[in-house]
Design a protein around this ligand. Sequence first.
Ligand code: M6P
Ligand code: ZN
Length: 185
Amino acid sequence: MINEPIRVDFSTGELAGEGVEEVCRTLGQLEGLFRDKEAWGVMNAAQLVYRVQMFRPVAEGVVGGLFWGTTFVEPGLVGDEYFMTKGHFHVLRNRSEYYVTTGGEGALILMDEGRRTRFELMRPGSVHYIPSSHAHRVANTGSSVLSFLACWPSDAGHDYESVLEHGFSARLRRVDGSPFLVEEP
Ligand code: M6P
Ligand code: ZN
């Protein structure tokens, strides 16, 4: 028997094939994520912020497996803060991950366990290693869709709670037309 592998369209990042799953995140589902609650409140709750395609050949939590995915972040702002992913630590803190940009312009925001936040510019072809014990999120700073491939361990898990509760120590905001990492008060 020959298994047909899934495929990546490298011009868009789009995944296709048997077993590819997809989740969408709208503004309405991202309550509490953005700094400017008032701006968020008057925006269209159905507005898509990002979608994630995933290929999980083994079950969540299996030790020794790998997952593969593409994330597509729409261009946009909530107040002066760029559209972005929720961001997470891995439940198993010693698990790392790769991101590879396929389209658009953005930033990978990384925060270590000492709450030091930095970012790396994402451009088509940029390869980003996310070290263990770092919260990670991606913001679209451009005017087109930002897409990136990801590969992460199947037992890593997503810890969203820590990020929702304490946030990142800095946010990527548009200051005089350019992205700037602004420390939280
Ligand atoms: C990447 C990977 C996924 C993650 C997705 C969206 O594709 O890191 O594990 O789910 O980005 O990020 P988040 O889960 O933080 O919304
Ligand atoms: Zn991750």
